[in-house]
Design a protein around this ligand. Sequence first.
Ligand SMILES: [Zn+2]
Ligand SMILES: [Zn+2]
Length: 84
Amino acid sequence: MFLNEECPICLERFEESCFVCELFCRHTYHLNCLEEWLHERPACPLCQKEIKISLESSYDYEEEMMGDGRLKVTINLVTNASSN
Ligand SMILES: [Zn+2]
Ligand SMILES: [Zn+2]
């Protein structure tokens, strides 16, 4: 179960077989919406937690098919200690 059942960016409900992305803070977005958002601002739109991923480089993520046909994408944040 997701924390939110609609995308806070475009305000549309998650449909079957759409790509949804769950962040480490458990907030969930369309993958496309989140990528666009992260170009503007590297933080979760809801809780403002900083998101340290680079969309230019590849990042680790897991894909998981949900029971209702949605594809859940979980981004594994790679924390880079030296960048601090
Ligand atoms: Zn969306
Ligand atoms: Zn969040």
